[in-house]
Design a protein around this ligand. Structure first.
Ligand code: ADP
Ligand code: MG
Length: 243
């Protein structure tokens, strides 16, 4: 249902994504691991053209967007079908939790405000923040802010949610509640592509773990395989450091 073909991204002389091929099935939970600077964030950003790839194509459902000839309308449609959860939450500081969740529905999906707000209230209940509808981000804990960030992605009803190190900015005390919400989504078979250093989450929740190094997918497989019997030396070195 989601296919990346030959996805390539360069910054100046350096090739940061080197022809990534990947098929993600509906309902699949994929965790991407690998050393820093290896292109994991760039991969997620290229999937929805936050970063424009130089070559390759992205297919989500019946929409295929070619790097070299992507039209603005196609990119907007691609972004409607993919949702992003950022490491630093990226909430609007001057909007309440409810408004943060409703904003995309109003601006991107052109929903009337009352309908968007009704949906945002449902989402707030699902993420356990029904009582924080009118709270501004600054008055929420890091964990609550990131749950709003995830709620915003849920509201979009995207085909896939892209998570870029969603717990890396959190104080340790808030990590579990955010991972818990992600597990809840995984149980509902929300398709997810997750970059994370949380190996426990990868082991428990992922259908497939992908190890990236140097802008390439070096190795992939079910977590039990990749973690207990990594085939590539680079995967073994990385896992020795993080496990
Ligand atoms: P990761 O998420 O795996 O840590 P990134 O995708 O953030 O890696 O970065 C991969 C490489 O691309 C790094 O060397 C980084 O410095 C470089 N890079 C990322 N974004 C930019 C950019 N906007 N301009 C120039 N170089 C970038
Ligand atoms: Mg990154």
């Amino acid at each position: 249902m989601i296919e990346l073909k030959g996805l390539t991204k360069r910054f100046g002389d350096s090739t940061v994504l080197d022809g990534i091929d990947l098929i993600i099935e509906r309902g699949e939970i994929i965790v991407v691991i690998g050393p820093s600077g290896t292109g994991k964030s760039t991969l997620l950003r290229c999937v929805n053209f936050l970063e424009r790839p130089e070559a390759g194509q992205v297919t989500v459902g019946d929409l295929t967007v070619e790097a070299t000839q992507a039209r603005k309308q196609e990119i907007l449609e691609l972004r409607r079908r993919t949702a992003f959860v950022f490491q630093n939450y990226a909430l609007f500081a001057n909007k309440t939790a409810l408004e943060n969740i409703a904003e995309g529905l109003i601006v991107i999906n052109s929903w009337p405000k009352p309908r968007a707000h009704r949906r945002a209230r449902e989402i707030l209940a699902r993420i356990g923040l029904a009582d924080k509808a009118d709270a501004y981000p600054a008055s929420l804990s890091g964990g609550q802010q990131q749950r709003v960030g995830i709620g915003r992605a849920m509201a979009a009803q995207a085909e896939v949610i892209l998570f870029d190190e969603p717990t890396s900015s959190l104080d340790p005390e808030w990590v579990e509640e955010v991972l818990g919400l992600m597990k809840q989504l995984a149980d509902e078979r929300q398709t997810m592509l997750v970059v994370t250093h949380e190996m426990g989450f990868a082991r428990d929740v992922a259908d497939r773990v992908i190890f990236m190094d140097g802008g390439r997918i070096v190795e992939q497989g079910p977590p039990a395989e990749v973690f207990s019997a990594p085939r590539d030396e680079r995967t073994r070195n990385f896992l020795r450091k993080v496990l």
